[in-house]
Design a protein around this ligand. Structure first.
Ligand code: F6R
Length: 243
């Protein structure tokens, strides 16, 4: 695992975007695994900037997103489908048919999970997977205690994650209680993983996940076992790692 320290959120975003753009330049038809949440917004903005300057071309890029809430339609502004379109897909020349987000409205969620997992395999797997990290160590919606052997599956969100997400909804009761998420096994199959973290409130979990024991109670800790992981984090998020 390589850890790159950035001085602040802006520099973290720029470094992360550099790594993703290098992937796109080296393999124009690469498969990017993408994440939502507040952390990657600056990274997506930077990629859009470089695209607008003519330095990046998304014409052949394919994407698979980590997760989606269950029960939110695509046009709901809190759905991850909506997030990805407004922060990235609608701002670059990616082909809509090359972008993939799990279908949170699927009537049969088990069948949707199977379809999504098969889709990732059919694309030849993920070349680089972008991840954020939850305060409890979750990656995707793989909450503490989730088996490392899970592939794409339907998840019950923990109270802590529901609380953390309620800022985006009118009330806590409006926060979806379930999601469809790539599993840890799916994530670990990615050829390369890029995890980004920013802010002091991530400092405890970053130290625990990357310098503590590898246990299902800290889902991100499994990344210590992957042979190509890059963590790009700002100084605040790295303030509690052993030096
Ligand atoms: C998002 C996702 C989540 C977030 C995590 C951190 O697709 O799967 O695991 O990466 O909750 O969220 P932020 O970046 O908002 O702190």
């Amino acid at each position: 695992m390589k850890i790159y320290e950035a001085k602040d959120y802006r520099e973290m975003s720029r470094k992360a975007a550099n790594i993703l753009s290098a992937q796109i330049i080296l393999k124009p038809d690469c498969v990017l695994g993408l994440a939502t949440g507040s952390t990657p917004i600056g990274t997506y903005d930077q990629l859009v900037d470089w695209y607008k300057k003519g330095d990046l071309d998304f014409a052949e890029v394919k994407t698979v997103n980590l997760d989606e809430y269950r029960g939110l339609a695509r046009d709901n502004d809190q759905s991850y489908y909506y997030f990805m379109h407004s922060h990235l897909f609608d701002r670059v020349n990616i082909k809509p048919e090359n972008t993939n987000v799990p279908d949170g409205m699927a009537e049969d969620p088990a069948a949707e999970c199977e379809r999504y997992e098969a889709l990732i395999q059919s694309l030849g797997g993920v070349d680089i997977q972008l991840l954020g990290i939850g305060h409890n160590g979750h990656i995707g919606f793989n909450e503490p205690g989730t088996s490392f052997a899970k592939e794409t599956h339907c998840v019950d969100l923990t109270q802590r994650t529901i609380e953390a997400n309620k800022r985006f909804f009118p009330s806590v009761d409006d926060v979806p209680k379930q999601a469809i998420s790539m599993g840890i096994k799916t994530i670990m199959r990615a050829k390369k993983i890029l995890l980004i973290a920013s802010g002091e409130e991530k400092a405890d979990i970053v130290a625990k996940a990357f310098f503590g024991p590898v246990v299902p109670e800290v889902p991100a800790s499994i990344l210590q076992m992957h042979d190509d992981v890059v963590v790009v984090a700002d100084s605040a998020a790295l303030s509690k790692i052993p030096r």
